[in-house]
Design a protein around this ligand. Sequence first.
Ligand code: SF4
Length: 329
Amino acid sequence: MQNFVTFSRNVFIPLTRACRNNCAYCGFKREINDKCVLLDKQSVVRLLRRGAASSCTEALFTFGEQPEEVDGFSDRLKKIGFDSFVDYLLECSRIAIKLGLLPHTNAGVLPDTDLLKLKSVNASMGLMLETVANLQAHNDSPGKNPEERIRFIETSGRYQIPFTTGILVGIGEDENDRINSLKVIADIHRRYGHIQEVIIQNFSPKPNTRMSDAPIPSTGVMLRTVSLARDILPPDVAVQVAPNLIHPKILIEHGACDLGGISPVTIDYINPEAAWPNARELADAIGVPLRERLPIYPEYIKAGWYSKEIKPLIDRLADKDGFRKVAFV
Ligand code: SF4
């Protein structure tokens, strides 16, 4: 077992907050007339430059699912000079690479053709499975159909994309659902070998949402879920917890070994109420050394699971073990 805990240093780019889904717990989505529903290129470049200047290695592109299905989105996109959202994302990803940041895209379920296009500019990609259960929280969210999400995670495996997935704890599922979700992820990894990490994320209620009064999962439930994840997932899959949502020390004692992306420059736009801890203070608080990694895990660097387009940057950033060459903790 490793005697350190890993994390990456990222800048969070909420490229669009338009989304075809309506999850009952979502505080991220914005209506089409909201001014932050779509970031223009200048704003993206500004964020990326700040990330690069703060020694980040990861450009985390996270946004609503299939925004082009939202009425009025294509017009907004045209106004900033693009006919297709995936083309805009590709351009922003290439700017990130030029500035020394490795893209990691969390786009929701995408058509296979878009996934293939994005593979060449991403060090890794992600999609939360969330749960295999059909829950009320997802009644109005076609993209949260578990079969759709499983199919997308499998396709990413067939394309050999290093991948992040996870489960969301406290959205109406029970322990059996959590066990079944983890078993599904474990099975996919055994078949395709591409799951680098699984996030065990606790639900955190947001004001003005349908689940604003729903209870948060207890520490006991989180401990048990992390332990289950460690038992069910293959040993080469990291168990990740979010250090801005829950104190990670006790979860690390139960099997968590990664803290995900921590940003020195941007907030967590999904959970804006939860500030990122400072990486050095976090290392002291958990009592375990932190080791900085890239958004692609060392095993996948060693196996060469990345494109020619990002190879020079990976060569520049990774040390001989596949972690970050010049780390800051
Ligand atoms: S898919 Fe994500 S952005 Fe869209 S409504 Fe659900 S939680 Fe919000």
